[in-house]
Design a binder for this molecule. Structure first.
Ligand code: ZN
Ligand code: ZN
Ligand code: ZN
Length: 346
């Protein structure tokens, strides 16, 4: 019996498949083409759950594309439940009402209608998810949300509707003694809230994790110290970065690798490896070169590890497989390979 986590190479986006002998869960739909190819290649017959962590396009296809996805795949495989981003249906409904002249209204209306029909017929069930809400459990696997709480998400949307990363759903995956923490795009006040929750828990060691997915594709938030505290608290053995070579945000930010290297050099921490799906400018360019690039990325995508697969047993003994069989040679060929701790920060 094993559990497998696959971080699909979707560029500056997320799409993660969690598989056991009898269940399959997808976290985020950052690039539907890559996911669809994967589903076909592995002859998947059912998806038990889809979690969409928040409503940004690199995690959530539009409602129109989601409706098309359900309609294509629900005829081939069974789809159980989809946890949509908070209030995404209500927000779409309001948009339609506010822009009656918008030409996209017709297709959005149709998508909403189709989604409602699936939901009514229970072919696909839809529901939002919050901390202390519904958890997924099937055999040894258990998935629960650590963020946001119902109170946080309602209070947050009321005062600051645009900062969607802060209400990203953060998931803890457990499989026997193995645990993974998927931090979606958590940052800012949401990161603070998550950290407080973990710190205030009567036993924060239950949040120790084998694997951590670094939030927000290698951004380094203004409250980076809280990110460091969070990473130290969860004490992962490996940090996984889902990043895109061409991203125009200057990711992966060197400060993030600094934080990881600090943890790696700390003898009380278990972190001994970080790994990225794609090569970013930080791996190729010196500090001086980067300073003239603004925030722009590389002109062509390059895989670093490519698809990243973690296979674990229920004792927390896991192994890593990368799509790029020459991953070590690739890292060696890069002048400033970030995942090898060689970023130029001079
Ligand atoms: Zn986001
Ligand atoms: Zn994102
Ligand atoms: Zn790398």
């Amino acid at each position: 019996m094993t559990c497998q986590l696959t971080f699909l190479p979707v560029g500056n986006a997320d799409s993660i498949v969690i598989q056991t002998d009898n269940s399959l869960v997808v976290v985020d739909l950052g690039n539907l083409n890559v996911l669809e190819e994967w589903l076909e290649k592995h002859e998947i017959s059912k998806i038990d759950r889809i979690y969409i962590t928040h409503a940004h396009g690199d995690h959530f296809p539009s409602l129109i594309r989601l409706a098309n996805f359900i309609s294509t795949w629900n005829s081939k495989i069974s789809i159980g439940k989809i946890h949509l981003p908070y209030k995404v249906i209500e927000i779409a409904r309001k948009k339609i009402l506010a822009n009656t002249a918008n030409s996209k209204n017709g297709s959005l209306n149709l998508a909403l209608q189709r989604i409602k029909e699936w939901s009514d017929s229970r072919a696909v069930k839809l529901s939002p998810i919050v901390r202390d809400g519904e958890e997924y459990s099937e055999g040894l696997i258990k998935i629960e949300a650590l963020h946001p709480s119902q109170f946080y998400v309602e209070n947050h949307l009321a005062i600051s509707g645009s900062k969607l990363n802060e209400i990203s759903i953060v998931l803890q995956i457990s499989y026997g003694d193995f645990s993974a923490l998927l931090l979606a795009d958590i940052e800012g006040a949401g990161l603070t809230d998550l950290l407080r929750f973990l710190q205030n828990s009567s036993d924060s060691t239950i949040f120790k994790t084998n694997i951590v997915k670094i939030p927000h594709h290698g951004a380094y938030p203004p409250n980076g110290n809280e990110l460091k505290d969070l990473l130290a608290l969860v004490d992962a053995e490996i940090a996984i970065l889902s990043v895109g070579s061409k991203n125009p945000y200057g990711h992966v930010e060197p400060a993030l690798f600094n934080a990881l290297i600090e943890l790696q050099n700390n003898n009380t921490q278990r972190l001994n490896k970080f790994i990225c799906t794609e090569v970013t400018r930080t791996c190729i360019h010196s500090k001086l070169e980067r300073s003239s690039m603004g925030k722009s990325g590389l002109s062509t995508p390059q895989k670093c590890a490519g698809e990243i697969v973690i296979i674990t047993n229920n004792l927390g003994e896991w192994q890593l497989k990368t799509e790029m069989t020459n991953h070590s040679a690739k890292i060696a060929s890069l002048s400033h390979a970030a995942c090898d701790g060689r970023v130029d920060i001079s």
